[in-house]
Design a protein around this ligand. Structure first.
Ligand code: GDP
Length: 551
């Protein structure tokens, strides 16, 4: 029989139990990752808000929390639960559709006054399809019209085997507004997690997923990631979906820099070359070259798949698309016009707006007014509808389109039509990243601190510099030049002015600079501070009426 020793490790607010078996293999139990689902207005967001206020970040940061896409709630026992901060089954399914099975438990929120509603049933179906256990939170129990017993009967009649009726699904009565029952909900989740005996390998390369991504002006693409297994370490080369990069910084929920991320710990990573998507996987590779190759391979495959799909649905556009098209976003458009000739002319004119970043995909054309079925099709494929030389559609059609957030653009002058669509395209274009030299400094002195490197315990070289142009920002990448040649590029480990840590240093000032993994400074070297900027395409129109999108 295997003898198991359990010792409790408190790691960044997460409870990880380390178990050694006599074979020497190490198994670690990890916190559960939870998604909140339920009908609209039943209180998913309010419940997450209430839980977030009890989170580690809220406690340590005096109630102020940043929206990171996930947060950790620590329990008095030392255990913890990780909540994904995007409620609803759309996000859950989008993640799953991309292969990211991050969620361990679903909290099904049902309003005590409203009871089971259509999206409650959808949420149950999604959780069941994913084989993810449910814990029911009957919310709004503070309301006079609350009737939790009725909700339980409704859920049971939908086939949920509730615990109090002899099944294994726990039900907790809560009020997100009055903040009652939250402890019981957290306890129920811990119990469920315990039953599932969630474990993960902690050592070795990380397998992780993106739960949210955003662009930051100074720091470039940022992704909130949750590690499923292994440990994600600062400095590693990664492929994230179709993007790649080298992890320049890892921040925990408090925004504090940390060297590594362990299973179920939400962290924000910095250093990717492009913006990934929620649900993208994060793979650690051993070199930049490999990361670049893998990401290029994935892009090519995605592009081929996309072209194949277009080919399957509609053959006419494919010939115009070259095999090696760069990554583009698609702009699906439905064209309706008064006569066939105009339909063709408008379609041809719209295609002149094709650009390397946005692909104008005319998914459907037709003669006559915009109908309900055009709106249905637009909704199914996320298209906008262009009407040329036709009457405004009936108000019922407009209402449906407005509710579904479908744009209808009506014009009688082709130039105005192209101007409108051109601007939509520019808005939609992802933009390209450009590296810009934001500041330049010369190295005046070199200082050495013995045994000060946090990661390795060895010596640290500090470059005493003067900023001769622009400004230096701590979150940027630093490039070291010697006689005009680039000799090193890396993230900034420390930026100080007169022994004080600072975020920026302006022109004319002196500063002490440490670059991660760089100990090769020489007096006279030049250091450049690099910033990533996003360049969006522009819609250009000439006086002759010609239009184009310039990237
Ligand atoms: P969501 O659409 O499921 O995210 O629902 P929201 O969290 O936006 O809540 C919808 C409405 O219900 C808001 O007006 C909330 O203030 C209210 N609400 C949410 N939870 C409670 C609760 O526990 N008690 C009461 N009385 N109202 C609540």
């Amino acid at each position: 029989m295997t003898i198991v020793f359990v010792l409790i490790l408190q790691e960044v607010g997460l409870n990880i139990r380390r178990q050694h078996s006599h074979e020497g293999a190490e198994v670690l139990s990890r916190p559960a990752v939870v998604t909140v689902m339920g009908h609209v207005d039943h209180g998913k967001t309010s419940l997450l808000d209430a839980l977030r206020q009890t989170s580690v970040a809220a406690k340590e940061a005096g109630g102020i929390t940043q929206h990171l896409g996930a947060f950790v709630v620590g329990m008095p026992s030392g255990a913890s639960i990780t909540f994904l901060d995007t409620p609803g089954h759309a996000a859950f399914s989008a993640m799953r559709a991309r292969g990211a099975a991050v969620t361990d438990i679903v909290v099904l929120v049902v309003a005590a006054d409203d009871g089971v509603m259509p999206q409650t049933l959808e949420a149950i179906s999604h959780a069941k399809a994913a084989n993810v256990p449910i814990v029911v939170a009957i919310n709004k129990c503070d309301k006079p019209a609350a009737n939790p017993e009725r909700v339980k009967i409704q859920l049971a009649s939908e086939g949920l085997q509730l615990e109090e009726m002899g099944g294994d699904i726990q039900v907790v009565e809560v009020s997100a507004v009055k903040k009652t029952g939250l402890d019981s909900l957290e306890e129920a989740l811990l119990l469920q997690a315990d039953m599932m005996d969630l474990k993960a390998r902690v050592d070795g390369p990380a397998q992780a997923y993106v739960v949210e991504a955003r662009l930051d002006k100074g720091r470039g693409p940022l992704a909130t990631a949750i590690v499923k297994a292994g440990t994600l370490v600062c400095g590693q080369h990664v492929v994230v979906g179709r993007e790649w990069g080298r992890i320049r910084a890892i921040r925990d929920m408090l925004g504090k820099l940390t060297e590594a991320a362990k299973p179920a710990m939400p962290v924000e990573i910095e250093g990717l070359k492009g913006l990934p998507m929620a649900g993208d996987d994060i793979i650690v590779v051993d070199s930049e070259e490999r990361a670049r190759m893998l990401s290029e391979g994935r892009r090519r495959k995605a592009e081929k798949d996309r072209l194949r799909k277009i080919n399957e649905g509609r053959t006419e556009n494919v010939e115009e698309e070259s095999e090696d098209m760069p990554k583009r976003v698609e702009m699906p458009i439905i064209v309706k016009a008064d006569v066939q000739g105009t339909v063709q002319a408008v379609t041809d004119a719209l295609k002149t707006l094709n650009s390397p970043q946005v692909f104008v995909n005319v998914v459907h054309v037709g003669v006559g007014p915009i109908s309900q079925s055009d709106v249905d099709l637009a909704q199914a494929c996320g298209a906008c509808i262009v009407g040329f030389n036709i009457k405004s559609p009936p108000s019922t059609v407009i209402q449906v389109a407005t509710r579904a957030n479908i744009k209808i653009v009506l014009h009688r002058v082709i130039y105005h039509l192209l101007e409108d669509i051109g601007n939509l395209i520019v808005d939609k274009a992802p933009g390209t990243f450009e590296t810009r030299v934001a500041g330049e400094a010369e190295v005046l002195n070199i200082f050495e601190l013995k045994g000060r490197s946090k990661s390795k315990g060895d010596d640290v070289k500090i470059a005493g510099c003067r900023v001769i142009d622009g400004r230096f920002t701590k979150s940027s990448t630093m490039r070291l030049l010697r006689s005009g040649e680039v000799v090193f590029e890396g993230s900034c480990a420390s930026l100080k002015r007169e022994k004080q840590d600072v975020e920026t240093v302006g022109k004319g000032n002196e500063c002490g600079l440490v670059i991660c993994d760089c100990d090769d400074f020489q007096v006279g070297d030049v250091i450049q501070c690099l910033e990533q900027v996003i360049r969006k395409p522009k819609f250009i129109s000439s006086e002759s009426g010609a239009v184009r999108i310039e990237c």
